[in-house]
Design a protein around this ligand. Structure first.
Ligand SMILES: Nc1nc2c(ncn2[C@@H]2O[C@H](COP(=O)(O)OP(=O)(O)O)[C@@H](O)[C@H]2O)c(=O)[nH]1
Ligand SMILES: [Mg+2]
Ligand SMILES: [Zn+2]
Length: 307
C-alpha cells in the first residue's frame, strides 16, 4: 500500500494512505542502514510503501519511492550530518520579518541558494507589515525591487491586520508548499489562518525572547481545505548549506549565473580574477553589493566536507 509521510517523530511516522486515512507506521529495520549521513532516512513529503508485519500486525515502511526533489540542510545537532527537511515539493515560502524579529538578508540569500540548488521555486513573504515604520517600508521596497529584478517573487502581508494574506493563501492552492523561516515570524499564525480548525500553538509576544523559542519540533504536513498541502517546519536558526561545492556557488545566484560565461577564465571564482564579468557588473551596480557580499560570506562558510 502506498502512503505519504505527514509527520515523523523519529521512530514513528504518521502517513496518509491512498484511501485518505491516517495510519502509523515504523521503519523496517534494514532501511535504517541506508543513508547514514542523514539524520532522518524518511522525510515529510516522502511517498513510501507500507506493509503489514507478519508477526505483530504492525505497519512497516518497506520502501521509499524516488524523491522528485528535497531540501537538505546541515543537521542542527551534528554538523557532519545532513537533515532532509521535506521532499516532493512544488514550492517553498520563506517567511521573513524586518522587525520583531529581524530576518537578515544574509539568511534570506542562504535560503535562496538552497532553493536554487534543489530546484524548488522560492517565494519570500515579509510578514508583520503592521509593525513597519517608514524605515522598514523603504527597506522592503528596495528589497522587492532588487529581488524581483533577479526573478524572485516578494510579498508583503500582515496576518494581524489581514492585509496581503489572501494573495499568499492563493499561492497555496493545489500545491505542496514548504513553509520556512526563523522562529517567531508568524508561520503557525499563518497556518491557523488558512486552516482555522487546526488551532496550532503560537508564540505569545509577551513570552517571546527572540532566541531559542520553539513551539514546533517536527516538520508536519497539513491538508488545505481548498486543495494542496502545507508543511510547517520548526523555526530554522541557521541555514547550513550542504550539497553545494564552494566553486559552484555562483551558479546558484541567478544574476551571476546569467553572466558568468563572459568571465575570462571558465573557473573564475569572481573574486579578484582579471576579466571577471561579475566584478564588472558589480562595479556598474547591475549586481547588488549586498548580494555579492552574501556570495562571499556563504562561500567562506561552506566547509569542504562531502557527504
Ligand atoms: N504584529 C504582528 N504580529 C504577528 C503577525 N503574525 C504573527 N504575529 C505574532 O508573532 C508571534 C510569533 O508567531 P508564530 O506564528 O508563533 O511564529 P512561528 O514561530 O513562525 O510559528 C505571535 O505572537 C504572533 O501573534 C503580524 O502580522 N503582525
Ligand atoms: Mg510555529
Ligand atoms: Zn568571474
Amino acid at each position: 500500500m502506498q502512503a505519504t509521510v505527514y509527520r515523523s517523530t523519529g521512530s514513528w511516522y504518521i502517513l496518509k494512505n491512498t484511501e485518505g486515512e491516517f495510519i502509523n507506521a515504523r521503519l523496517k529495520g534494514k532501511l535504517k542502514l541506508k543513508g547514514i549521513t542523514s539524520t532522518n532516512p524518511i522525510a515529510v513529503g516522502d511517498i513510501v510503501e507500507v506493509d503489514a508485519e507478519a508477526l505483530e500486525g504492525n505497519l512497516v515502511i518497506s520502501k521509499i519511492y524516488e524523491r522528485r526533489n528535497y531540501i537538505n540542510r546541515v543537521s542542527p545537532h551534528n554538523k557532519n550530518k545532513h537533515h532532509i527537511v521535506a521532499s516532493n515539493l512544488d514550492q517553498s515560502l520563506l517567511f521573513a520579518t524586518l522587525k520583531d524579529p529581524k530576518t537578515s538578508f544574509g539568511f534570506i540569500d542562504r535560503f535562496l541558494v538552497t532553493s536554487e540548488a534543489y530546484k524548488v521555486p522560492a517565494i519570500i513573504v515579509f510578514n508583520k507589515a503592521d509593525l513597519f515604520t517608514e524605515k522598514e517600508m523603504l527597506k522592503f521596497d528596495l528589497a522587492k525591487k532588487n529581488y524581483e529584478a533577479i526573478g524572485y517573487k516578494i510579498m508583503l502581508m500582515s496576518i494581524e491586520k489581514n492585509e496581503g494574506t489572501q494573495a499568499v493563501k492563493d499561492l497555496l492552492k493545489n500545491k505542496i508548499t514548504l513553509l520556512s523561516g526563523h522562529s517567531g515570524v508568524g508561520k503557525s499564525t499563518f497556518i491557523n489562518f488558512v486552516l482555522p480548525a487546526l488551532d496550532l500553538k503560537t508564540i505569545e509576544v509577551s513570552n517571546w525572547s527572540g532566541k531559542g523559542m520553539h513551539t514546533t519540533t517536527f516538520a508536519q504536513m497539513y491538508d488545505l481545505p481548498f486543495g494542496g498541502t502545507i508543511i510547517d517546519t520548526p523555526g530554522i536558526r541557521e541555514m547550513g548549506i550542504v550539497d553545494v561545492p564552494k566553486n559552484e556557488l555562483a551558479q546558484y545566484f541567478p544574476e551571476m549565473r546569467a553572466i558568468m560565461n563572459d568571465c575570462k577564465f571558465n573557473n573564475c571564482q569572481h573574486f579578484n580574477e582579471p576579466g571577471c564579468a561579475v566584478k564588472v557588473a558589480l562595479n556598474n551596480a547591475i549586481i547588488s553589493e549586498e548580494r555579492y557580499l552574501s556570495y562571499l560570506s556563504i562561500k567562506d562558510s561552506i566547509e569542504v566536507v562531502s557527504f
